[in-house]
Design a protein around this ligand. Structure first.
Ligand SMILES: [Zn+2]
Length: 538
């Protein structure tokens, strides 16, 4: 069985950047927004009738959906080629129109603010608005942080250059070239390819892979750029914390968007930090199995255990995923099959393609998955993970748009659940040696998605708090803070190959640039999913 392995965006969106439909969809954004604003801006604040609110929701949802379609297309295009300047330019143009449009929609937040907490909560409990209940509750909870219309307008205009800082991290790291010595030959590789060598059985190759990444990220020039991008993002975030009155709690804004209580998040962070020694124990055991007890290095932390370095073809990997889904649930199976057959999975790494893997979905549209498949056992888990997201997006279609997206803390539930389903199947199809490897990887992943993510957030919190308190942090300060937190996590088991000052690991984590404090959602999602999986089992 051979599958199509590229996205067919023309099938779902536009034939290309020069498609007249794309131009007209973009051109329609502002006029449609203005028509919507004219219909509601004078009256919305006086709406107390459920019928009126229902009609408003319907119109608003339609408008938001139409407005977003060109952006989705351009985002997918830029994910396939982050270096495509025509796409980047078009994104900038659409972004400008969106800023203009959202300025026209500022009256909505002001209207909710005027309607007030009590009256919104009354509507939230009205059966006629049951489909929107959760959106009404979160609106009620968030209105106290909304500033005046004029202030919101200024912030909105100021947010454009910040968007640039966000994409600058992607663009600039996407343009990096990595040289790596493999079998005596200097090869030019993508970041994704270099990263995959960190899991190589040959220690010297793992070391080379680390060195290759570091040569690029640790260069003074890149550190200055990435350090400044990061500091400007943090400064913007912390200014907003002050302006909107989040009580000096730098993580509050994320907790509200996540619908998480501060206490729950604090508990999550502190409990995992207390559990760090478990990770150190795992690394110690691993060092022993690899007979590297005396000099277990940072480039050994992701080492495989087995002697086999089995490569999987995409076809066999996908077949495995399908068989796991088939055993679990018909919907899961059918949708996984459709995802690949209907050309919505982009499989292989290419120069310029965005790194990592993701799934993207929204109300009224099919899910899309991007992979960078390199044929390792790890990639097998990634497929199950991302397809779990895709299925989540598919099954959520019964929800209305304003409540379609789950908060990030719940968004990892289906993905991790799928990975856990895969785990049992793997045992039955691989040799003992391979299974040992797999378990090592699974544990490594669990530590990475619970412990390491918490370590990221603890680092972020320190940086945000320092900057919020008026400190200036250079990239060297960031490096030292990073090393200190990493050290706590490793518990003295790991030896470093670079001094703390050159420890640029933070600069390789897109999430802390894009979505501050996102990473705790992984830890939360994992723990939640373990509990859920145990319930399914019993
Ligand atoms: Zn995920």
């Amino acid at each position: 069985m051979t599958y199509p392995t590229n996205w067919n965006l023309a099938r779902y969106f536009y034939s290309g950047l020069d498609d007249a439909k794309l131009a007209s969809d973009i051109a329609q954004i502002l006029p449609r927004t203005i028509a919507f604003a004219e219909k509601y801006e004078k009256t919305f604040a006086s709406f107390i009738d459920s019928e009126q609110i229902l009609e408003f929701y319907t119109d608003y949802t339609t408008l938001s959906h139409e407005m977003a379609t060109p952006s989705y297309y351009l985002f997918y295009r830029s994910s396939l080629d982050t270096q495509d300047l025509d796409v980047t330019k078009k994104m900038g143009e659409v972004d400008y129109i969106h800023t203009e449009a959202s300025n026209r929609l500022l009256f909505v937040a002001q209207g909710w603010k005027f309607i007030g907490y009590d009256r919104i909560m009354t509507r939230a409990n009205d059966p006629k608005l049951a489909k929107y209940k959760n959106d009404l509750i979160s609106t009620a909870n968030s209105i106290k942080y909304i500033l005046s219309e004029r202030e919101e307008y200024v912030l909105n205009m100021k947010s454009r250059p910040l968007g640039l800082a966000n994409s600058l991290h992607d663009e600039i790291t996407g343009s990096y070239e990595f040289m790596m010595n493999i079998d005596g030959e200097e090869k030019k590789l993508t970041e994704e390819e270099v990263r995959s060598y960190r899991q190589h059985t040959d220690r010297s190759i793992r070391m080379e892979s680390y060195k290759s990444l570091r040569r690029v990220y640790n260069s003074k020039q890149n550190q200055i750029t990435l350090g400044n991008i990061y500091a400007s993002i943090v400064k913007d975030w912390t200014s907003e914390i002050r302006m909107r009155g989040y009580n000096n709690n730098v993580i509050a804004q994320r907790n509200i968007s996540e619908e998480m209580d501060d206490e729950v998040v604090n508990l999550l962070l502190s409990e995992i930090q207390k559990a760090y020694p478990i990770y150190a124990r795992f690394l110690k055991a691993k060092a022993k199995m690899l007979t590297l007890e005396s000099d277990f290095a940072v480039f050994d932390t992701s080492a495989p255990l087995g002697k086999s370095d089995k490569d999987f073809t995409f076809e066999e990997t996908y077949a495995l995923h399908l068989s796991v889904m088939q055993d679990f649930d018909t919907d899961f199976y059918e949708y996984s099959k459709r995802m690949i057959e209907e050309e919505r999975i982009d499989v292989f790494p290419r120069a310029g393609k965005r790194g990592g893997a993701f799934a993207s979905y929204r109300k009224g549209e099919e899910s899309f998955v991007l992979l960078n498949f390199t044929g390792k056992l790890r990639d097998v888990s990634t497929i199950s993970h991302e397809l779990g997201h895709a299925i989540h997006g598919h099954l959520s279609q019964v929800q209305e748009a304003p409540v379609y997206d789950s908060p990030l803390s719940m968004a990892e539930t289906a993905s991790i659940f799928s990975e856990m389903l895969l785990g049992e199947k793997v045992k039955s199809i691989v040799s003992t040696e391979e299974y040992k490897d797999y378990l090592n990887e699974r544990l490594g992943d669990i530590f990475a998605t619970i412990f390491r993510q918490v370590q990221y957030v603890v680092f972020e919190k320190q940086v945000h708090e320092a900057i919020h308190a008026g400190q200036e942090l250079s990239y060297k300060d960031l490096n030292k803070l990073w090393r200190a937190e990493q050290d706590k996590l490793y518990g003295g088991v790991v030896q470093y190959d670079v001094p703390a000052e050159d420890e640029s690991g933070w600069s390789m984590i897109p999430h802390i640039f894009h979505t501050p404090f996102y990473c705790y959602a992984y830890a939360f999602g994992n723990i939640l999913t373990f509990a859920l999986y145990n319930q399914v089992k019993s």
